[in-house]
Design a binder for this molecule. Structure first.
Ligand SMILES: *Cc1c(COP(=O)(O)O)cnc(C)c1O
Length: 454
């Protein structure tokens, strides 16, 4: 089909996620027809370096022979079969791999198909756990999450979320939760220094847990980096402190590693950096190398065992999705994990993390509209502001972040901002010279947009 027909049908029939559709209809958005290495190719043959890992999930690039072959091989066996009352080989092998690679103690794998569903499963597991745990049932109906949290778009995960832009619309539909302040603030509340604010956050964390623990079903956190909030990097020790307090007060900890898992922060899982084992861990995005929708909620034996009894005791986890444990997706995930080892992807991440750090620091020094650079591993956010002294933002109607996206696209690079924070999220296996190219073009796009806006 030619580009204009495709575009016409796209605008008339496809409702894009997180997309203002009125504006979308006026823009000539690339229509991707193939991928090659770390580039995407559109219906006009134009190539784009993917600077956001296909929205934070791609790991080894596109059309990776080992993953393509693993999927084809599985396709020759069976494309899908259910995990309800049956099992399948790739799902079994992947569960074992995940147990071996995640922090010690997470021995049980519950599959679903997206980050949101992995969080949703964790919520229900935590809630039901308290009703069935040894030592007597407890009714715990509150969750604690961190301000600015993003855990997905189903109603349960939105209930945990704390981002006004995405979540306020649905307020009436959501269950109650408690929110602790995020331990990082771009604009500090009046009267606070960085140090006093951090102290305040630790104090609030402790107070919230101490006062409410008897009602708290679980504490949910994006470990080390809050992604959708704008790549907010937590100070060292925060996750550890959350783990200590939740353990002291017998509150299960749910680590949402959907964004940070699979190397993004520099280690395979973010929890490793603070020696934390959560009670439940959510994995999705990078799990299949960014190929297919498979997600997993890992649980400790202690959680799992509360669901064991004779069938008629009613302790079963009555939850699941049709495509749970899809064999094609699990085969892709196994191939992706294998590539982490054979290609030393974590080593590549470390060198690209250093490269990004150098490049970002250099850019911040020469661009007067950079309010803040936030960076951990291969996740980076460049917050653009109207005035770097006062941190006065650009007004929303200026669409600065969006304009940078369009300018980057003209330079053959795909990025997607969070408001006026330009996100760089190169794939874990992206070669260093492509990360350089990504930086060059994005920085150039930012400078170009800013010069036209002045
Ligand atoms: C993206 C994301 C999710 C949601 O994942 P989906 O696959 O889009 O449902 C959940 N948690 C975090 C931290 C994420 O970044």
């Amino acid at each position: 089909m030619d580009t204009s027909t495709l575009r016409h049908q796209d605008i008339n029939h496809v409702w894009h996620p997180f997309t203002p559709m009125q504006e979308y209809a006026t823009e000539e958005t690339p229509i991707i027809v193939s991928g090659d290495g770390f580039e995407l190719i559109d219906s006009d043959g134009q190539r784009y370096l993917d600077g956001i890992s296909a929205l934070w999930c791609n790991v080894h690039g596109f059309r990776v022979p080992a993953i393509d072959d693993a999927i084809r091989d599985q396709l020759d066996r069976v494309g899908h079969s259910t995990l309800l009352g049956l099992s399948n080989e790739p799902a079994i092998r992947l569960a074992k791999e995940l147990v071996d690679r995640t922090p010690e103690g997470l021995n049980r794998v519950f599959y679903s198909d997206s980050g949101a569903t992995s969080v949703e499963a964790a919520l229900k597991i935590a809630y039901q756990y308290h009703a069935q745990k040894p030592g007597g049932p407890e009714r715990r109906d509150l969750f604690i999450s961190v301000a600015g949290a993003y855990h997905g778009d189903t109603i349960g995960s939105v209930s945990l979320g704390a981002m006004n832009l995405f979540h306020a619309t649905y307020r009436d539909l959501l269950f109650n939760k408690l929110t602790v302040p995020s331990p990082v603030a771009f604009r500090l509340p009046v009267g606070h220094s960085r140090e006093s604010y951090l102290e305040h956050c630790f104090a609030e964390l402790e107070r919230t847990i101490v006062e409410n623990h008897a009602r708290v079903a679980a504490f949910v956190i994006e470990p080390l980096v809050q992604g959708a909030a704008g790549i907010l990097v937590h100070p060292p020790g925060y996750l550890k402190r959350v783990r200590e307090l939740t353990a002291d007060y017998d509150i299960p900890l749910i680590a949402d590693e959907v964004a940070v898992g699979f190397g993004r922060t520099g280690t395979m899982f973010a929890c490793e950096q603070e020696n934390v084992t959560p009670d439940l861990m959510c994995l999705a995005k990078g799990l299949t190398g960014g190929y297919l929708p498979v997600a997993a909620t890992l649980a400790t034996d202690a959680i799992f065992e509360a669901f064991l009894d004779v069938p008629w005791a009613g302790k079963t986890f009555y939850h699941g999705h049709t495509f749970t444990g899809n064999p094609l997706g699990c085969a892709a995930a196994l191939a992706s994990l294998d590539l982490f080892d054979t290609n030393d992807v974590l080593g590549n991440i470390r060198s690209n993390a250093t490269r990004l750090s150098t490049r970002l620091t250099g850019f911040a020094a020469r661009c007067s509209s950079v309010g803040e650079i936030r960076h951990k591993g291969i996740m980076a956010g460049i917050e653009l502001v109207k005035d770097a002294e006062s941190l006065e933002p650009f007004t929303a109607d200026r669409r600065i972040g969006h304009k940078v996206t369009l300018a980057a696209r003209c330079r053959g690079v795909i990025v997607r901002p969070l408001g006026d924070t330009i996100v760089l999220m190169p794939a874990p296996a992206m070669p260093g010279e492509l990360v350089e190219r990504l930086c060059d073009n994005v920085f150039d796009a930012i400078e170009n947009v800013l010069s036209e806006e002045r």
